[in-house]
Design a protein around this ligand. Structure first.
Ligand SMILES: Cc1ncc(C[n+]2csc(CCOP(=O)(O)OP(=O)(O)O)c2C)c(N)n1
Length: 631
């Protein structure tokens, strides 16, 4: 059946009794496709029926379906004519793992940072209300997970939509989980609605504004009778959504086509914002995902479809995240005041080990990076030593909190930015290529950028020992060398390491490579040395402050080359150029890094090579620069 579906119209031509078969086929397809190259599995298995129902009920692209985060849009892709492209899922030039406007007119937004879909949908709905585009007839639907609803920006839109009251459908895809179980008072509010549904179904289903129950089954009919008989146990409070000005319908069984169809048909008839509370099961229909306790196989690399177990990764080494996890645990043993904060990503950021050993010292704040950072400021002011572990790309969201709460108050918060630099398969919105630029602007912040496991462990020790102000550590995705067993020796803040010393007589090249790109610099050094170009290789260790000896060392070379996988705008190379200009050191500077455009998805190594940020590319650019200088 799946082969015959080239778009939503084909889907609408199916008979209702054909839909369960289609859903089963889609689930088999998803497991096969994701097992080959990795990707998001659990979230997509959970929304198979929901996505089919959405595309039958709404007329995309005239009606706009906006996926929050977008990691759960694989089924949407399959149903909008992209089945064949799944063979290239997440590979360079292939199918994106998120919605992509370049791929399809059915993809509205491609921002894979959580919690923004409702704001987008609100804006689109207001534009229609103002008579633009399709006008008020077209519907706007936002599909938002219960995890993503914990983000402040989602709550802001929820609040505003209840006040503005445009025609807007919010499908709350409630599976009770982010990666791990969703935290917070709102999750606590949804739980009882999910478990004791009868009253809400009745109030808004039979007697309320929606006219008919979206989920009228025999159980409900019974419940209806009991309510009418005045059975007090069934009387539930209003939902918070209604208090905010929304109409609420639910809960709706997100795996029951008939219930979904009725709910959506009703929602289309309602004026103003309506929330469909749809209950789904993450990982549905694939036992390894259903039974996977940590995250229902939320996202994973290539795996064996028979067992759900990850395929062994070739190559030696240990993940940077793992080194951080051990280093943090080591520090926590010596520092009872140390606590760690994660924004709904305890597992992926490596806090799981600390949480297993000392659960009371790890805080999951939900997808609430801003709140997490400000809370850390308060904790530090109150005498704790908070370590905030947030992927580089997601910390972008908390810029103002870093500036005003952490840095203005000079509180000793430690920021740990995993997935710094080019990250790979998740694409434009996930590459952590902006952090040096945005962190550098923050007064008083130290920024360490360790190149390997040993240096990372030392950076963690340095950060915890640094009580005078905030401290950030950024490190890339990927594997590194295992750190030494000896106690981690703290680093001197701002002090670089000269790793290879070339001539200091104005003839050589000074190569300064930040963090994870030291390896590529080593390779470039070898290539250049073989051609007789002499190079001094420096690991700056810190993007801020820079070693005070920089202008003098630069002046002893013919050319300074900076290498980073951060954007060139305001990045590490800019910092070096600024320092040299301020010292009136006029040596030419060649800055290598990420140019002024968004990067595609693809393996980290491949993306870096395309940018010329591998050994060969660096050597080539140095050679060319020397030619231009007439050397
Ligand atoms: C701002 C931001 N922080 C963190 C993430 C990482 N992240 C991706 S999906 C996800 C969980 C989303 O949970 P939910 O919205 O309930 O969707 P589900 O996967 O359960 O379907 C998180 C935390 C993100 N995408 N954006």
């Amino acid at each position: 059946m799946l082969d015959a579906i080239t778009g939503p119209a084909d889907l609408r031509a199916l008979r209702p009794d054909q839909l369960p078969g289609l859903a089963a086929e889609i689930r088999r397809f998803l497991v096969e496709a994701v097992s080959a190259r990795g990707g998001h599995l659990g979230p997509n298995l959970g929304v198979v029926e929901l996505t089919i129902a959405l595309h039958r009920a709404f007329d995309s692209p005239t009606d706009r379906i906006v996926w929050d985060t977008g990691h759960q849009a694989y089924v949407h892709k399959l149903l909008t004519g992209r089945r064949a492209e799944f063979a290239s899922l997440r590979t360079m030039g292939g199918l994106s793992g998120y919605p992509s406007r370049a791929e399809s007119e059915h993809d509205v937004i491609e921002n894979s940072h959580a919690s923004v879909a409702l704001g987008w949908a609100l804006g689109l709905a207001e534009a229609r209300r103002a008579g633009r585009g399709e006008g008020p007839a077209g519907r706007v639907v936002a599909v938002v997970g219960d995890g993503s609803l914990t983000g402040g920006v989602a709550l802001e839109a929820l609040n505003l939509a209840g006040h503005r009251k445009p025609n807007l459908v919010l499908v709350l895809n409630d599976n009770g989980r982010s990666y791990a179980p969703t935290v917070g008072g709102l999750a606590g509010h949804l739980g009882p609605l999910r478990l004791h549904p009868a009253y809400e179904r009745l109030k808004h289903g039979i007697e309320g504004t929606l006219g008919r129950s979206p989920v009228l089954g025999s159980e409900m009919v019974e419940a209806a009778k009991r309510v009418k008989e005045g059975a007090k146990a069934l009387v539930a409070p209003r939902t918070v959504f209604e208090d905010l000005g929304w109409q609420y319908a639910g809960p709706i069984d997100g795996h029951d086509f008939a219930a979904l169809d009725r709910a959506m048909a009703n929602a289309k008839r309602v004026d103003g914002p309506v929330l469909l509370h749809v209950i789904t099961q993450k990982g549905r229909g694939y036992r390894p995902a259903e039974e996977h306790e940590e995250d229902n196989l939320h996202s994973l690399g290539a795996f064996d479809p028979a067992t759900g177990r990850a395929l062994p990764i070739s190559g030696n080494g240990v993940g940077f995240t793992s080194v951080f996890a051990d280093a943090l645990l080591e520090q926590a043993r010596d520092h009872p005041e140390l606590v760690a904060i994660s924004a709904a990503m305890i597992g992926p950021t490596g806090l799981k080990r600390l949480a297993a050993a000392m659960p009371e010292r790890v805080y999951d704040v939900g997808i609430a990076e801003q709140c997490g950072v400000t809370m850390a400021a308060g904790m530090a002011m109150g005498g704790l030593r908070p370590v905030v572990a947030i992927y580089s790309t997601f910390l972008q969201r908390a810029y103002d909190q870093l500036l005003m709460d952490v840095c203005l108050h000079r509180v000793p918060v430690v920021l740990v930015l995993d997935r710094s630099g080019v990250t790979g398969e998740d694409g434009p919105s996930h590459h952590g290529v902006f952090d040096v630029s945005y962190l550098r602007t923050l007064p008083g912040l130290v920024i360490a950028s360790p190149r390997d496991g040993d240096e990372l462990r030392r950076a963690v020790a340095t950060a915890i020992a640094h009580t005078e102000g905030p401290f950030a550590i950024r490190f890339p995705k990927g594997v590194t060398s295992a750190p030494a067993a000896a106690p981690a020796e703290p680093l001197a803040i701002g002090e670089w390491e000269v790793r290879a010393e070339g001539p200091q007589d104005g003839t050589g090249v000074l190569l300064v490579g930040l963090g994870g790109l030291q390896g590529a610099c080593e390779r470039a050094l070898e290539l250049l040395a073989a051609e007789g170009v002499e190079v001094t290789l420096v690991d700056p260790r810190f993007a801020k402050p820079l070693d005070a000896r920089l202008p003098d060392l630069a002046g002893a070379h013919r050319l300074v080359v900076t290498v980073e996988d951060n954007v060139l705008a305001g990045g590490f190379g800019s910092a070096v150029a600024e320092a040299l200009a301020d010292a009136r050191q006029l040596v030419p500077v060649l800055r290598l890094g990420v140019p002024d455009h968004f990067l595609p998805h693809g393996k980290r190594d491949k993306v870096l090579a395309e940018l010329g940020l591998d050994g060969v590319g660096i050597a080539e650019r140095v050679r060319k620069a020397l030619q231009d200088l007439g050397a």
